[in-house]
Design a protein around this ligand. Structure first.
Ligand code: HEC
Length: 369
């Protein structure tokens, strides 16, 4: 991409000097170089990041998405990943609609039950976190144990309480399909065929495209002063104020500091949270600050789904949480008035991105069963 940009700049300079013949010569040299460089790439489309630079757009004010070097973006791979995200044949006996069973677009790619129920109705241990904007996250899951989306995408295929599939069987099913083999070749190169690790890569690519940044709040901060109601504007000021301290943890464009805190939702942390990863007593009952984008559409709340509504969440913060040894010092009684509570809740609702939730681009492909 750098090469293409410098080429364009170079051409402009040449044009300015009115030397069209040199310009044509340079064009030919660059063209030959460009072709040579492209054909050096090891796995064809797999490495063609130039496609991503052109076709992958992020909302205004959002940073670029960094796709990993060993799994770069290309549009066919993302489309394949989308198909697999909704594919029943990844689960044992084709029982569950793959990832979309627990990550529903209508809930901003989370779930509306306290804990998701996987294969055979087996419960997960924690509330499902939204996949929206997960491409930007440094660590995954409530305790931060995950680093790469490819890992859970791969493990979910065969974990008994998730899809309970058999990777060999899955590969065979997809090989026999009229559509998948060609999609794998287009996404990963001529010799590629349906393989479990490529399934995970494709799904991870699709998941990284789930970018949500067009809520009423986004429109408001981009200059549309009527995008939020007066109550939402008051709630926003309260949210970012010292009175509530909400934005000390829910900070930045994703509304998270990506750190681990104890907010004393319960008095007994049977789930030890971050402690499982560090074995440090200071981390007992600490969980990563979740994003608040689209929070309205994925109740219940907190790592265990303890709180059912946004009203309950605000009451929890207003009372300063419960008693717990590791409670963060920022969690203390707030003495909010009724109107302030309403305003805060309305502000949280201004973070819902309905365009994202209703975007057919992220839904189940129309030609799938
Ligand atoms: C000390 C850091 C901190 C502060 C201050 C804080 N939060 Fe949180 N917030 C968290 C953490 C951590 C969680 C998850 C806790 C858990 O699951 O046990 C959370 C969870 C939430 C949730 C539930 C999200 C979900 O998807 O389950 C909402 C809503 C929320 N906070 C809003 C607020 C508001 C509003 C304020 C200010 C009144 C606030 N937070 C102040 C760290 C903080």
């Amino acid at each position: 991409m750098m090469k293409i940009i410098s080429f364009v700049q170079f051409q402009m300079k040449i044009k300015f000097l009115h030397i069209p013949i040199i310009c044509i010569k340079i064009t030919i040299v660059y063209f030959v170089l460009f072709i040579a460089l492209s054909s050096c790439s090891e796995t064809g489309t797999e490495n063609s990041t130039k496609i991503s630079d052109k076709l992958f757009e992020v909302p205004l004010g959002f940073p670029n998405v960094n796709f990993p070097d060993d799994n770069p973006y290309n549009p066919v791979k993302a489309e394949l990943g989308r198909r697999l995200f909704y594919e029943r044949r990844l689960s044992k006996d084709n029982l569950l609609p793959s990832c979309s069973h627990c990550m529903k677009q209508s809930n901003a790619f989370a779930d509306c039950s306290p804990v998701s129920l996987g294969y055979g109705g087996d419960p997960e241990t924690r509330n499902t976190m939204s996949l929206a904007n997960v491409a930007y996250r440094k660590s995954l899951f409530w305790d931060g144990r995950g680093k790469r989306i490819e890992q859970p995408a791969y493990r979910s295929l065969f974990l008994p309480y998730i899809l309970n599939g058999d990777t060999n069987e899955i590969e065979q099913k997809l090989k026999a399909d009229p559509i998948y083999p060609e999609l794998f070749r287009k996404a990963f190169g001529e010799n590629a065929e349906p393989k479990a690790y490529l399934i995970a890569k494709a799904i991870a690519t699709f998941v990284r495209t789930l970018i949500s940044g067009n809520s009423a709040y986004d429109k408001y901060i981009r200059g549309n002063k009527t995008a939020m109601t007066q109550s939402q504007i008051r709630g926003m000021k309260l949210f970012f104020s010292e009175k509530t301290n909400c934005s000390k943890c829910h900070i930045g464009f994703l509304f998270t500091d990506e750190k681990f805190h104890n907010t004393a939702v319960v008095t007994h942390y049977f789930d030890r949270g971050r402690y499982y990863i560090t074995n440090n007593f200071q981390d007992l009952g600490k969980f990563i600050t979740p994003t608040l984008r689209n929070v309205e559409v994925n109740p219940p709340y907190m790592h265990n789904g303890e709180l059912n509504t946004l009203e309950e969440v605000i009451e929890h913060y207003n009372r300063g949480g419960r008693l717990f040894i590791n409670k963060d010092t920022l969690i203390r009684a707030l003495n909010l008035t009724y109107q302030e509570k309403v305003d805060l809740i309305n502000f949280l609702k201004a973070l819902t991105d309905w365009e994202f939730i209703n975007n057919p681009k992220f839904g189940k492909p129309s030609n799938m069963k």
